[in-house]
Design a protein around this ligand. Structure first.
Ligand SMILES: O=C(O)C1=C[C@@H](OP(=O)(O)O)[C@@H](O)[C@H](O)C1
Ligand SMILES: C=C(OP(=O)(O)O)C(=O)O
Length: 767
């Protein structure tokens, strides 16, 4: 069964006159009672919260705290008419309680629902089958993932489950009404309710909860035994405290958990022991790179976990199936002024990590794009054993492992939203000795990968794709690749780069012909790293079996990100803006050529070359634009800039015509369709073609179209294009689903506000 999030549905409620019996009034059961009370259960709805516990003092305490209406040490005294029984006793006591409940079930209400809160599920399922002869259809196994090292009802906390996860493990025989009731019970406490199957629950919890508890208990005990008088603890500061807080947890409860979840815990422990043995060995051998690789991987995984918890990253939102959507609300009008530097080039950032990792020596990168796409590439190399320090404010240090030094990753490599990462990785991984799998988010999973898989297969690679050549890609390692001469059917730098990367691992020469010039960062960087790539006309080639020598990389600002501000200034009276240090590689300057042809007042200042790539400061001032027929040879040179250029066209005088741009249909979204949809909402006159679009601009000095709510279609560039469109709209523009902007342009909102846009971020629950 898939993991399913079920938050944000209709407000939860339990039937009126519920009779809820909590068996076991400790911290967990008591906190549930407290949270239900806080949600109003038993206050005017004729419901009762009752408890059964062997300790009369706990019951008395619960009563005094107002958590329960009545309690007894005997289940038989509270079971009468019960509609919901929650078993909150230690895991190994569940069997006995279920036995009693089985005998008394006839006295409960006819529609009785049973649930439990045990930290392991297979053992509890087995106990239920033993007690009831089968798992009753109205018994829904559950587990709130919340707790505290405190115990007893006195520590009950009504907020304990707030924003925590509760996992339910229904089977196909579970009664849907019972499931709904248990879900409502937990939603009332403010928890997020998830579903998964029993086996997966036990494995996940063995790794994320049981193993850390075992380690904490073990460390404290080991140190305590070495130091009879516990002298050492007087000197124990933050590290010890952070690591061992949970060693103060209830010993009986944890004894039960380890007995109940033996198999999954042993597996987790085996994995941990091998990891520990590898670290021991690295310490013993003084292997600094080995230690750094592990620590860096762990440190970044931990930071990533923080972003998951704080829900600050786009990938986090995607992976958690987060239901709150980020929307931009942009006020109409204004002008754009200032001097800004947009983040580093995405294409070059991806490549800096890839080539740095395969090099011999240490590569220092500055200006690295700390966007989710390039960070996904970085993380993937960490998972293949490469030690990478940073990024810290754009600086990354890569300890190259050489052409054959990558290690098999433990699981699939997840590259999020990044087409560039997936396609370039396909080439690089086809030449490795080990198998790999490449996966991505929903947008990437729709994009065509046959364009790289087919020529790679011609080279001898073994690659499986999902239907229609879509991700995931399963790449078989250990294949002997052979160079090919490939005539690319489309102008794609990703395909070209993929084949050149595979070509380094292939026998002989790999030659790629492109139907039109595409970005040449791979060729430039390979040459910069001492790996010869030659070019004659439309064809480039390299020989397999070479080596890469590490060198410094200064990543210029991304012209694709700069474009949003170029267009913002170009369309808005009163604007005067300088974009510093922007990469102006001749294969990327379509946007400069197109805007200039439309009449923009755009000048390149301070032109220079940085680490093999030309850069300049781009100075742009408002001047009215006119519509043009975009020359087809500019299309590959401005391929990512069209969403923003369409907004320029909507503000130009007359019609702008684009043709030969069918590649726009296979980006993060179908960009022709996404832009046409949004422009139609705003009342911008447009006609869509298979390979392009006509856009009719009004060209006036005031508002050129209306406002309204448009959709990003899971595409960062669509989100940013409609954001700047607001500068010339008559009323606010709202753009749905903007978390994806973080894939290529972290800090977009702050920069946009800094130059004059009035932009508000709104989070709202999805319907
Ligand atoms: O090689 C690259 O870094 C890129 C190439 C282009 O894709 P195609 O090769 O599919 O045109 C571009 O759209 C993408 O954002 C980055
Ligand atoms: C198409 C883009 O990127 P990718 O193909 O790497 O997802 C883009 O950034 O516009």
């Amino acid at each position: 069964m898939q993991e399913v999030a079920t938050r944000g549905a209709v407000p939860a409620s339990l039937p009126r006159a519920s009779r809820i019996v909590i068996v076991g009034l400790g911290l967990i059961g008591g906190s549930l009672a407290a949270a239900l009370r806080k949600a109003g259960v038993g206050q005017g709805d004729d419901s009762l919260i009752l408890a059964c516990d062997p300790d009369p003092k706990e019951l008395e305490c619960g009563r005094r705290m107002g958590l329960i209406d009545a309690g007894s040490t005997q289940l038989s005294e509270v079971i009468e008419g019960a509609t919901l029984v929650v078993l909150a006793v230690p895991v190994l006591a569940m069997g006995q309680v279920m036995g009693e409940l089985g005998a008394l079930r006839g006295r409960a209400a006819g529609d009785l629902v049973i649930t439990d809160v045990g930290s392991t599920k297979a053992a509890i399922e087995a106990a239920a089958i033993e007690a009831f002869g089968e798992l009753p259809a109205r018994f829904v196994l559950g587990h709130p993932i919340a707790g505290s090292e405190k115990s007893g009802v006195a520590a009950a906390n009504p907020e304990l489950y707030q924003a925590h996860k509760v996992i339910l493990t229904p089977t196909c025989a579970t009664d849907p009404d019972a499931l709904e009731r248990v879900r409502a019970l937990w939603q009332l406490t403010g928890a997020e309710v998830l579903e998964m199957d029993v086996a997966r629950h036990d494995q996940v919890l063995a790794r994320t909860s049981h193993l850390p508890h075992l380690l904490a208990f073990s460390l404290v005990d080991t140190l305590a035994r070495q130091d009879e008088r516990l002298e050492i603890f007087r000197y124990a500061a933050g590290g010890f405290r952070d690591f061992t807080r949970i060693a103060g947890s209830d010993p009986v409860m944890w004894r039960d958990i380890f007995q109940a979840n033996r198999g999954a815990v042993l597996e987790a422990l085996d994995d941990f022991e091998s990891g520990l043995a590898r670290l021991r060995d690295a310490v013993n051998r003084g292997d600094g790179d080995g230690l750094l690789a592990t620590f860096d991987r762990a440190s970044h995984a931990r930071h990533y976990f923080d972003t998951l918890l704080n829900q600050t990253s786009y990938q986090a939102e995607y992976q958690m199936q987060e239901s709150a959507m980020l929307r931009y609300r942009v006020a109409p009008g204004g002008s754009v002024t200032g001097r800004i530097r947009v983040p580093g080039d995405k294409s070059i950032s991806h490549r800096s990590i890839m080539l740095g990792a395969l090099s011999e020596g240490v590569t220092e990168v500055s200006g690295f794009l700390e966007g989710e796409d390039s960070l996904a590439t970085l993380q993937a190399f960490r998972e293949m054993g490469v030690a990478i320090e940073g990024p810290h404010q754009g600086r990354v240090t890569i300890h190259g492992v050489g052409m054959h030094g990558l290690k098999k990753p433990a699981g699939p490599l997840y590259v999020g939203n990044a087409g560039t990462a997936m396609r370039l990785f396909a080439g690089l991984l086809a030449g490795q000795a080990f198998d790999t799998e490449l996966t991505g988010d929903t947008s990437l999973t729709r994009r065509p990968m046959g364009r790289v898989a087919d020529p790679l297969r011609q080279m001898g690679a073994v690659i499986d794709t999902a239907e229609g050549g879509r991700p995931p890609l399963r790449i078989k390692g250990g294949q002997a690749l052979k160079g090919i001469h490939y005539d690319m059917p489309m102008a794609s730098a990703q395909v070209k780069s993929c084949l050149l990367l595979a070509g380094m691992f292939a026998e002989g020469e790999t030659r790629v012909r492109e139907p039109a010039p595409t970005r040449d960062h791979t060729e430039r960087m390979l040459n910069g790293f001492g790996y010869a790539v030659e070019r004659e006309g439309d064809t480039c080639w390299l020989q397999g079996g070479g080596k890469l020598a590490a060198g410094p990389i200064d990543v210029p600002s991304d012209i694709s990100s700069a474009t949003f501000f170029l267009v913002a200034a170009a369309i808005t009276p009163g604007s005067d803006l300088v974009l510093e240090h922007v990469g102006i590689n001749p294969t990327r300057i379509g946007v400069i050529n197109i805007l200039t042809a439309m009449g923009a007042d755009l000048r390149l200042e301070n032109e220079r070359e940085v680490g093999g790539e030309p850069v300049a400061d781009l100075h742009i001032r408002y001047r009215p634009l006119k519509g043009i027929d975009i020359p087809e040879d500019q299309v590959p040179l401005a391929i990512d800039e069209f969403p923003a250029l369409f907004i320029a066209a909507a503000n130009a005088e007359g019609t702008t015509r684009l043709r030969g741009a069918e590649e726009l249909r296979v980006k993060e979204s179908d960009r022709l369709q996404s832009m046409a949809d949004g422009m139609s909402v705003l009342g911008i006159d447009n006609t869509l073609y298979d390979d392009g679009i006509d856009i009719v601009g009004k060209g006036g000095d005031g508002a050129n179209y209306g406002g309204g709510r448009v959709d990003s279609h899971e595409d960062h560039r669509i989100a940013m294009a409609f954001t700047i469109a607001a500068l010339r709209a008559s009323s606010p523009i709202e753009v749905n689903d903007c978390a994806n902007v973080a894939t290529s342009f972290p800090g977009f909102v702050e920069l946009a506000r800094g130059v004059g846009l009035e932009l508000e971020e709104v989070r709202e629950e999805q319907a």
